[in-house]
Design a protein around this ligand. Structure first.
Ligand code: PEP
Ligand code: MG
Length: 587
């Protein structure tokens, strides 16, 4: 019988395919019965996974040896010793033989047994060992499942990815040819998984409660990304209706898509620069460079997250240079490492925090670990020789942080100068405005920076005190809140008065419902996932500046965000209808 589940809309579009459970968290592992003839092969899988985990721990230990005290690197020695502990390995083998299930099950059961024993001990040092078992177990499982995952998803069938969450590292593993949709039990519209789904153009819904418990692996489903509905086991009639709607939507998309080559100009001749947000060099293969006026946000941390260790300076130079060369005479904005929060690096373990998004993340980590930060800045400066690039700092909270980073940039430039290394002297330094505190001291920040870009995803989270990843409060997360609109207006006014380039690189820049309001506030640079560019351009080309200004003022008068959202949605619909009847085809 058909079951309808609701969630939060994350990326539009309709997908119809079997749902495949894909467990990102290591607590959920696939279990399958094996025969006694498979036991030897499973043992072999365990030995290879131990070797892989061991290599990655050694690499991490080596990389961090210059930054950690001898005492701290002993943590890795202890983990290596655990990993190769024969008693532990024998216990896993024994469990495997007893259960005759895949080896992941044996690892999980044995590790949890050890964990419990150590957690129950009186001695604090012994209790702490439980965490080491947990971590070693995770690493072995992760090595085992990484293999499992790639085999699993490249089976050649269309599928809808279902999991607790869609992790940034999953983006590197999915089989783009066959994935039709993404649905997750956790996450919010502005979590990184949802942003990735949108930039990949994959219909997606997040925050579907009890998803994996309610819809069985392999069930045929309809995913309606626009209306945030997932229908499992649909009736034939409903299926037919959705198939027709999907066709209509494809047709409309094709029409809007053509707009991308037209000029990005309001009908009264004001140019609005539309730039691209990218998560790595790989994304550039899918972007038509003549359609964008630059890269407004290069999230460098994604390239770091897909790797097993920190890229060296040379590797980073190569990566950044590729993007700069690709962009030609257009600007590339490299955001420095923005890890922490929901973007962990497996090889850089940060202590667990009660409130990670209010904790050690973004620029805070870069400032505390200057080695990595210096290497990244040096690499960007070197890669920029002969091209155009700018450096953007994430999660800036205070003016002193900006002063500090300016000094670092000067010191590194001087070093490069003295060593005769080729680098660009014109690399600009800018900040992301995503922590409300920095928006409130903007007058002090403006003289110190060359440009600014508003990270509205985090700004909404911090301004409204609503976790962008928490489905329980997803209905409270809204960029239409009057406090957010006033903040945007105030930033635009101050930047225009100070003649400082300001852009928006949060998700609202790519949301065409928002375009008239943003133009009305005075923004002339928007950076977005390229899939949204045609729709945003359509809106830019529809409304003259004065109409946008009036509209933005009207939006500011509402106290209820829902009223503003509805108003913006009507405006977008009107723009759409005008487009259907409009023949303005200048290039
Ligand atoms: C933002 O916060 O709006 C932003 C662009 O950065 P991220 O989504 O990567 O946190
Ligand atoms: Mg952010």
């Amino acid at each position: 019988m058909a079951i309808k589940l609701r969630g939060v809309a994350a990326a539009p579009g309709i997908a119809i395919a079997p749902l495949v459970h894909f467990h990102g968290g290591l607590e959920f592992i696939p279990a399958r019965q094996i025969g006694s003839e498979d036991v030897a092969a499973e043992k072999q899988r365990l030995s290879s996974a131990i070797a892989t985990a061991s290599k990655s721990i050694q690499r991490l230990r080596h990389e961090l040896s210059s930054s950690l005290s001898a005492h701290d690197t002993k943590i890795y020695d202890a983990q290596l010793a655990l990993l190769h502990d024969q008693t532990l390995i024998d216990d896993m083998f024994k469990q495997l033989e007893e259960d005759e299930k895949n080896v992941e099950v044996a690892v999980q059961r044995v590790i949890s047994r050890y964990e419990k024993v150590f957690e129950g001990m009186e001695d604090v040092a012994m209790r702490e060992k439980a965490a080491d078992f947990r971590d070693v177990g995770r690493q072995v499982l992760s090595a085992l499942m990484a293999k499992e995952r790639s085999v699993y998803i490249s089976g050649g069938q269309d599928y809808i990815f279902a999991a607790d969450e869609f992790l940034p590292s999953d983006a590197g593993l999915i089989d783009r040819e066959h994935i039709r949709g993404i649905v997750t039990a956790r996450g919010g519209k502005y979590s990184h998984g949802a942003i990735l789904a949108r930039s990949l153009g994959i219909p997606s819904i997040v925050a579907v409660e009890d998803l994996l418990q309610t819809v069985q692996n392999g069930t045929r489903v309809i995913l309606d990304g626009e209306n945030a509905v997932l229908i499992s086991d649909p009736e034939e009639e409903e299926l037919g209706q959705y198939e027709r709607r999907a066709q209509e939507q494809d047709e409309a998309e094709r029409r809007v898509f053509e707009v991308r080559f037209l000029s990005s100009m309001t009908p009264d001749g004001t140019s609005v620069q539309l730039m691209a947000n990218v998560e790595g060099v790989r994304d550039l293969e899918h972007i038509e460079s003549k359609v964008i006026s630059g890269i407004g946000l290069f999230r460098t941390e994604f390239a770091f997250m897909e790797r097993k260790q920190f890229p060296s300076e040379e590797e980073q130079v190569q990566m950044y240079r590729k993007a700069i060369q690709w962009a030609g005479d257009k600007m590339v904005t490299f955001r420095t490492l923005d890890i922490g929060g929901d973007k962990p690096l497996t090889y850089f373990r940060t202590p667990s925090e009660r409130n990670p998004v209010l904790g050690w993340r973004g620029l805070r980590i870069s400032i505390d670990w200057p080695d990595f930060f210096y290497t990244q800045i040096r690499a960007i400066l070197r890669a920029s020789a002969g091209g155009r690039a700018r450096i953007m700092l994430p999660m800036v909270t205070s003016v002193t942080e900006v002063q500090h980073c300016r000094q670092i940039l000067n010191v590194i430039s001087k070093d490069l100068e003295e060593s005769g290394e080729e680098y660009s002297k014109d690399v600009q330094l800018g900040v992301m405005i995503e922590v409300p505190a920095i928006a409130l001291v903007l007058d002090k920040v403006l003289p110190l920076v060359d440009f600014l870009s508003i990270g509205t995803n985090d700004m909404v989270q911090y301004l409204l005190a609503v976790d962008r990843d928490n489905p329980r409060v997803a209905n409270l997360y809204t960029p239409y809140h009057p406090a957010m609109l006033r903040t945007l207006q105030s930033i635009a006014e101050q930047c225009v008065a100070a003649d400082k380039p300001v852009s928006i690189c949060g998700e609202i820049a790519g949301d065409h419902h928002f375009t008239p309001i943003l133009i009305g506030f005075g923004f002339r640079e928007l950076s977005m996932s390229p899939v949204f560019l045609p729709r945003v351009k359509l809106m830019v080309r529809t409304y003259p500046i004065e109409e946008c200004q009036d509209f933005a003022q009207e939006a500011l008068r509402h106290v209820d965000p829902e009223e503003t959202r509805k108003m913006a949605s009507m405006k977008a619909k009107e723009g759409w209808s005008r487009f259907m009847g409009d023949n303005r085809q200048d290039g």
